[in-house]
Write a protein of this length. Sequence first.
Length: 401
Amino acid sequence: MKKMMVNCAVCDMRSVSEETLKSYEQIAVNAATVIVTPEKKDLINRYNVTMNAAEVIEVPASDNVRIISQNGSYELTADRAPAEEENAILFVNGVLNIAGDALEAAQKYCQIRVNGAVTMPKSISGKLHNLNVNGSVSTYPDGAIRLSRNAVIDKTFPLRVKENALYWAFRRLIFTDPALDTEKLRSRNVRFAAKTALIAESLAEAVTPMLSEDTDILIVPDGTQFFGFDAHMNKRYLKKFGTKAYINGDLTVEEDALDILPQIEYLYVNGDVKLPEALLDAFEDVDAHYHELVIQKKVGKIIEDHVRATVDKALLEKYEDGILVTDCATVHIAKDVSPELILERLTIADCAQVFCTEEQEAAVGAIAKDVASIGGRDDMAADGLHLNPGFKIINAAEYVM
C-alpha cells in the first residue's frame, strides 16, 4: 500500500474520508496547524496517521464554520469582518496588519491564528482575546501612517508628506540620502517613530528632533549605503556595496576579498560575519561592527542556501578538505556516512534541522553550530522525497484532505 506525507502550514482535515485513510498504509502530516472536527478526530485515530503539529484545533462539524487562510502579508480592515452567521477562523502565515478601524471586525472572529508577526495600533493591544500569535507583536502609535519594514527616507519623501503627520516603520528608518530636504520636513512638523533609526552624520542634528524618544539611533558616516539582505564580499563587492555599507543580514567574506578589505572605510553588519581563517589578520584592520565573527576553516566544498541538502559518503570522500553546509532548511545525512567521517570532514552551521541516524547523532552534534534540531530520522522524512511510485508527498501552504 502507498504512504503519504503532507507538509504545509495549515492542514484542514474536517472532510477527510474513511476511504482516503484506508487507502494508505501510513500518513504523516507535518503542519503548524491541523483543523479537525470531533467526529473526524475519532476517525483519524483509528488509522495509522502521525501528526507533527504545533496545534490541533477542533471545530464544530457545521456548515457555518468558515476557515480563512492567508499566506504572506494580510491587512485586516473594518470591511473584512466575517458575516454575522459565520463562525470564522482566520489563519495568517506571515504578517498580519490590523488597521486602526478594525477592532470590531477582529473581535467577530472566533479565533485569529498567526504564525509570524502582528502589527496593530496601541489602542487595540490587549483587546483581542481571540488572537493567538506564534511570533512577534508590535504596536504603533494611533493615527500613525505606516511605512515599510525598513523605510528609506530619501529626497523624494518630502514631496508627498502630510503636515503634522506621524510616520511609523515596523523595523527601522533610514536617513542616509545627502539630498534629503530636512528643512521641508521640519516646516511641515513631520514626526517619525520606529525601533531604530539609521542616520548619516551630517543629517543627525536636523533629523534627531523629529524622532520619538524611544527610537534607538545609530549615526553612520556620510556615504553609507543600506542593504537589506545577506551579502557576499568578493572581488565584485565594491561595485555594488561601495566602501561604506550597512548590511541588514549576514556577510560572508570570500577568499578573493583579500585586496578588497583594505579599501573598506566603514562596515556595519546587523548579523554575523563569516570569515575564512586566512583573512583574519586583514579583517582585523577594517572598521567593522557585527554580532559574531565566525571563523571558517578552509573547506573543499560549500553547500549553502538550499531548501534540502543531502550529504553522503561519496561526497565527503571526494573533498579531502571537508564540506561546509550552511544556511539550509534541512540537511539529510545518508546512512552510509560513518560518525568518524562526519567528525573528520563535515561542518554544519545555521541550518534548521539535520536528519540523521541515532549512530550519527552524537557526531553531528559535535560539528554542528546554530542548528535547531538534530536527529529524528524516519523512513518517510528521510527517504520520501525520492521518486517512489508508492509514496505521495504534498508540499503546500494550505492543504484540504
